[in-house]
Design a protein around this ligand. Sequence first.
Ligand code: FES
Length: 117
Amino acid sequence: MTGDARFQRHVFICTNRRAPGDPRGSCAASGSEEVRLRFVEELKKHGLGACVRANKSGCLDACAMGPTVVVYPEQIWYRCVRPDDVAEIVEKHLVNGEPVERLRVPAEAWATLEESD
Ligand code: FES
């Protein structure tokens, strides 16, 4: 751990829930609360509970890609994360430092999101 940081990393998992029928949908309606619980379990399993924090987050403004997850400080964004994807993210990214490419938000997706706002 560097400096005075309490945690080495934060994993922000959007758990925003909108009313049923809201055209924007929401990450919670797509299963993100279970995704967060899986992060907590997997981090503990790998002994990372004290240095990596799985945070509930409000809307990350990427609703169309939800459930949305972002890892700081490296700012790696994941989209459409399912509970069964979490073990791979923890093992590859948070333990071994290699982001899971198949789940990353591609750079061009941000431009698409801005156009749809
Ligand atoms: S509801 Fe999750 S990013 Fe907006």
